[in-house]
Write a protein that binds this ligand. Sequence first.
Ligand code: XUL
Length: 552
Amino acid sequence: MAGLFLGLDASTQSLSAVIIDYARRKVVYDKSLNFDRALPQYQTQNGVLPNPDPLVKHSPPLMWADALDLIFAEMKKDGVALGDLLAISGSGQQHGSVYFNSRAAAALAGLNPAKPLVENLRLSRRSDLPRRSRAKTGTKAEGVFSRKTSPIWMDSSTAKECAEIRKALGGIKATAQQTGSDTFERFTGPQIRKFYKTEPEAYAQTASIALVSSFMASLLAGKIAPIDHGDGAGMNLMDIRKRNWLPDALKATAPDLNRKLPPVVASSTLVGAVSPYFVKKFGVNPKAQIQVWSGDNPCSVIGLGLIKAGQVAISLGTSDTFFGSMKKCQTDEHGEGHVFGSPTGDYMTLICFKNGSLAREKVRENYGIKDWNEFGKRVAATPPGNHGGILLPWFDAEIVPRVNQPGIHRFDLDEKNVAANCRAIFEAQMMSMRLHSQWMKVSPEQIYATGGASNDQALLQVLADVMNCRVLRIEVSKSAALGAALRAAHGWLVQAGEKPEWEKVVAGFTDPIPHSEISPDKKAAKIYDKLVEKYAAREREALKQIHQPFGL
Ligand code: XUL
C-alpha cells in the first residue's frame, strides 16, 4: 500500500507530527512545536496559563488551533508530500475540555483558507459570522467558544464537584465500576460541573463540549467530531462496559448534558474527509480521511506496541504514567487507577502521577545542576536505597496518592546533600509507582520505558531495581504521535475492507532498542523491597497530616 499516514499529538507543552510510510515500515517525518516558544503571544508557561490559584490550570484553545496551522505550514515548508496523505489521526492530552457555542458548527464547516484558523474561530468581524447567526448575536459575538480557556489535566480545583458526583453514583467503588475510575479533579465531568455551577449562563450557551482530542479532530474535519472510547473514559461520564454515555453520571454532572456531548464512538471510526481549508492552504490530499482522535495514553498503548494483555509500559513525561493493556475490564476498587478503552477494542489500565518531569526539573534547578547528564551522574554516585533517605515528591498537588496541598517531605534525608536528593526524587517516583500499581495485579516479565527521562541509564537502573523487573527502552521518542499515525493506518485499512491485525500493524515500528535491556541488580532489588515499606508508612503518615477536605 503506497501512501502516508499522519499522527499529531497535542500534548501539554507541544504539538508534534509524525508521518509514517506504512508500506516501507518507516517514520519519514518527525517534528515538534513547543507552545511557549513558537506562540509566545499566548503567554503560557509549559503550555499552561499562569493563574493565582495553584489548583487552577487552564490553556487557551486558540493556541492549539494556531499550532495546528503552524505545524501544517512547517510540513509544507519542509517539502512533505501532503498530497500523498491517506489518513490523519491524533492524540490529545487527556481530560482537557473545549466549550463551543451554537456558532461553532457553521464556522467549522466554512473555514476560510485565506485567513488563519484562529481568525476563523474568533469570528472577529460581523462579516465573519455565519449568515444565520448574525441577527441573533449582533457584533458582541465572541467567536465559537462559550468559554475562552480550557481546563486541562493538571487542574485540581474540583474536589467539591468530585465528591458530589461520587456521592450521586454511590461512592468510590461504584463510581469506578461504572465509569472506569473514581471521580478525579482533572476528569472532564467534575470540570463541567464546576463550569455549570460557577458560570451558569456560559454553560447554557454551550452547544457542544469537546475534549482536546475531539477539538483538534473537529478543526481538521471541519465539523464537530465524536469522542472515542479511549478518551471518553477519562470523563467520569461514560459507561466503561457498554461504552455509551452513562445517564446517571450525566444527570449528576450538569443539566442538558446529553444534548451538549457528541456521540462516543469506537477508536477506529472515521470522522470524514479533511476540511477543504487544509487542502487549499497546504495541499493536503482532498481524499485524506480524518480518523477520530484519542487520548495520549490510549495512543501510546499502540505507539509502544502494547497489544497483548499484561504488557506494561512506563512513560516518563510531563506526567509519569504506568499503563498496560487488559482484556477484561477490572476496575480499581480503591479508586486510584483508571480503566480506559484501548484503541484495539480491549481495555487499558493507567495510573497517572502528576509530579513527573516537572518535579525532576525542579530538583535539578534547585540544586543548580546544568543538565540531565549531570543529574544522572549524581544519581549514579549514590547507593541504591539512599541510606534509607526518603522524599515525598509533592511539588505540585498530586493525583496518586491524592494530595491537594503541595509540599515536599524529607525523612532521614539531608536537604543539602545534592546527590542524595537527585536519587531521592526518582526513587520516590518509582516506589510510588510500585505501591500504587498493585491493584492491576500484573507481574510483567518486562517493562517498556519511554518518555524524556527514559534516555538516562542511571534512572532506568533505579526503575529496574525498584520494580525488580527487566526494563527495555523503546526507540520511539513520540509514542503518542506514532500511535496516532498507526491508528490512522489501521482505520484506513478497515475502511478499505481489510481486517488488519494489530500485531501486524505495529510490527517494525515499535521494536525495543537493540541491547537496551537493563536487568535488575538482585542486591539493590532487596534493598528496595524494604525501603518500599518505609516509603508506604511515611506516605500514610504524611497523608494523615495533610488536611484533606471532602472526604478524600
Ligand atoms: C492521564 C493524564 C495525563 C495526561 C497528560 O490520565 O491525566 O497523562 O493525559 O497528557
